[in-house]
Design a binder for this molecule. Structure first.
Ligand code: FES
Length: 105
């Protein structure tokens, strides 16, 4: 299992323990943990309600075109903006720190 951190307020992080052997996305783990993410598209990179800002942690694989296209539709895109449904949790994502819906999307 790995640890993911959600920054709920500046300097205040919540730890989530997540399995890596189930092919889960970050969105699925955040939802299962009780965070209010609509994920209306079901994780298809089509709704952007799962927008997170990656603050620190391991380097992630580059976003694919579908994710980039969707991020472009957001009113504000931050340097660390990602769609959490497109982040697959693996042992290499241990220690990821994110902030949810950083622009209110
Ligand atoms: Fe819809 Fe991620 S759940 S874009």
């Amino acid at each position: 299992d790995i640890r993911i951190y959600v920054e709920e307020m500046p300097g205040q992080r919540r730890e989530i323990i997540a399995p890596t052997d189930m092919g889960l996305s970050l969105m699925e783990v955040l939802k299962a943990d009780g965070y209010d993410i609509q994920a209306t598209c079901g994780g298809m990179a089509l709704c952007a309600t799962c927008h997170v800002e990656v603050l620190s942690g391991p380097a992630l694989p580059e976003p694919e075109d579908a994710e980039l296209d969707m991020l472009e539709t957001l009113p504000v895109v931050l340097e660390g903006s990602r769609l959490s449904c497109q982040i697959r949790l693996t042992p290499r994502t241990d220690g990821l720190v994110v902030r949810l819906a950083p622009t209110g999307a």
